[in-house]
Design a protein around this ligand. Structure first.
Ligand code: FAD
Length: 525
């Protein structure tokens, strides 16, 4: 058993937890963040990739619209390397009422979401694949954001201020001393060791799992209802801007270009368990139809991966209006000292990845208020590591890097231009990491071939590392391919069947991957 101590323990390493640990550390508290898995492996790693301009909410949720517009500008500045300033359009397709654009424009004006009405000809010139039957269009400041880059850079910023980040540490219990939180008990998922963290304050950022964490502290019935949505990545960028339908928020109404692919989404279905989200065939077909409406011929592109995420929707009948502070319709903070008589525990859930920094500011303000301390938030004023040069991500970044190292560094993943040097450096930083941990940082296997070629090369390179023997290397690649498969089988039709058959032929036919030696304890996530 290991014992640690910190002023504050942050539970959950999604965007909210990463923002919170950074904020807490920057205000001078000692802090430890724990997550049961890698950072960004919950909803933050299973979302749509959109840095909202606010346009989506100008009519349905004006408060959120303004928050998104303000935070979009801040995140674009402080985490420039994670954000691509793609810009976006709201377009009325032939099935949408162009007159609704008047309500939308009024809403955007009222909520201070920057926009400009543009001609349909201008949209079609910029985005020739967009449906030529569009009748009205507005230009907005949507962007695309890499959730893993965002989370890791916030965590790295927190580390510079002294915070510890403990991935693969599952919280199993929260102990109390009278009416105060006193200790968080975790299991190190890699070693099985118990880790006890003595603390005065726990900030519960476990989102869809937040009710379970509150329950561990003896605060029952915190209902965080998982609202599941699916998304599908297509094999290349069909548009370079975000394309939204000019309509009240609905299923499948946004297409987001993210790195080398574009993503259509999403749906909204109540799920029973955030760890068991389904991707139904009819939802896949629904997304394809929605894509077709925005970009005719959408179905001719190849769907390469599908995934689902769970929106953490707080629905707590035991909380009075005085206890839960609805910072906006989407962002809820539960003060357990008021709700359950337990000091030193706050639960935060809801909101959006776009507003993660503001969520952190709000919950840490609430913590300072409970502690009777005044320490101002400074997270909006400082660039995170990696964004010091204030340059936003552009799709050609890796190509430009290749220009400098093309004779000295071999390419492992052609789809994503990931080099051997990038892979070996990441492996040296995370010697115990899985290929999926590395994928989230490098985009290994996330392009059109979905690991068909790069996973074998990566395994060969990993074997050259002093930390990895043959058994571990083959175990890593088998686990990686199993995890990729989870997102491939729901979209197996058309050309993707051919690609999958080719990949399987390589994996099984030539290398017999299934029967390679490997550890038995690693489980599919
Ligand atoms: C389908 C969909 C699409 C979306 N698209 C967008 C979008 O385009 N733009 C946008 O701004 N927002 C979007 N969102 C919203 C956004 O993704 C979420 O608001 C955000 O990612 C939530 O982050 P979080 O940190 O609160 O939760 P999570 O990322 O889920 O983090 C919670 C963490 O808690 C950890 N945890 C759970 N149990 C334990 C335990 N026992 N011990 C330790 N750790 C534990 C989990 O591993 C997880 O990492 C979307 C959401 C969904 C569902």
């Amino acid at each position: 058993m290991k014992t640690l101590s910190a002023d504050v323990v942050v539970v959950g390493g999604g965007s909210t937890g990463a923002g919170v640990v950074r904020d807490v550390a920057m205000r001078g508290y000692s802090a430890i963040l724990v997550d049961r898995a890698d950072l960004g492996q919950g909803t933050t790693g299973r979302y749509h990739g959109l840095l909202h301009s606010g346009g989506r909410y100008v009519v349905s949720d004006p408060h959120s619209a303004t928050e998104c517009a303000e935070e979009n500008a801040i995140v674009t500045r402080i985490q420039s390397h994670a954000v691509e300033r793609t810009g976006g359009y709201f377009v009325a397709t032939h099935v949408d009422d162009p007159a609704w654009g008047d309500d939308w424009a009024q809403g955007a004006t009222d909520t201070k979401v920057p926009f400009e009405e543009v001609s349909t000809a201008e949209v079609l010139k910029a985005e020739p694949r967009v449906n030529p039957k569009i009748s009205r269009a507005f230009k907005v400041e949507d962007g695309s954001v890499d959730g893993w880059q965002l989370v890791w850079s916030a965590a790295n910023s927190a580390k510079l201020y002294g915070a510890q980040i403990l991935t693969y540490h599952r919280v199993t219990k929260i102990n109390r001393d009278g009416d105060r939180v006193s200790q968080v008990v975790c299991t190190d998922e890699k070693t099985g060791e118990e880790v006890r963290i003595n603390t005065n304050f726990v900030l519960n950022c476990a989102a869809a799992w937040g009710g379970q964490i509150a329950h561990m502290a003896g605060c029952p019935d915190v209902q965080v209802v998982p609202g599941a949505g699916i998304m599908i990545a297509m094999n290349h960028r069909l548009t370079n801007s975000v394309i939204n339908r000019l309509t009240y928020p609905a299923d499948g109404d946004i297409l987001v270009p993210v790195h080398t692919v574009c993503i259509i989404g999403t749906t909204d279905q109540k799920a029973d368990d955030p760890d068991k989200l389904q991707i139904a065939w009819d939802e896949v077909q629904q997304m394809m139809d929605c894509g077709e409406l925005l970009v005719p011929g959408f179905r001719n592109a190849r769907a390469i991966h599908a995934w689902a995420g769970a929106r953490p929707l707080v629905k707590d009948s035991r909380v009075g209006s005085g206890d839960t502070r609805h910072m906006s319709r989407g962002m809820s903070i539960i003060d357990h000292s008021e709700r359950d008589g337990l000091k030193g525990l706050l639960t935060i859930a809801g909101g959006k990845l776009t507003t993660y920094r503001l969520m952190a500011e709000n919950v840490v303000n609430a913590m300072c208020a409970q502690l009777g301390e005044s320490r101002p938030c400074t997270t909006a004023n400082e660039q995170v590591p990696g964004s010091e040069d204030k340059k936003n991500y552009v799709i050609t970044h890796r190509l430009e890097e290749r220009e400098h190292d093309r004779t000295s560094d071999q390419i492992l993943c052609e789809c994503e231009l990931m080099s051997k040097g990038m892979f070996t450096r990441a492996l040296a930083d995370q010697p115990k990491g899985s290929f999926d941990d590395l994928r989230r940082q490098l985009r290994l296997g996330m392009g059109p071939c979905q690991g068909g070629f790069c996973s074998m090369r990566a395994t060969g390179v990993a074997l050259q590392s002093e930390h990895i023997d043959i058994e571990r290397a083959t175990g890593l690649v088998r686990l990686f391919l199993k995890n990729r498969w989870i997102g491939i089988w729901p979209i197996l039709y058309g050309d993707q069947v051919r690609q999958t058959a080719l990949d399987n032929w390589i994996f099984q036919g030539t290398l017999d991957v299934e029967h390679l030696p490997g550890p038995t304890h690693e489980e599919v996530v």
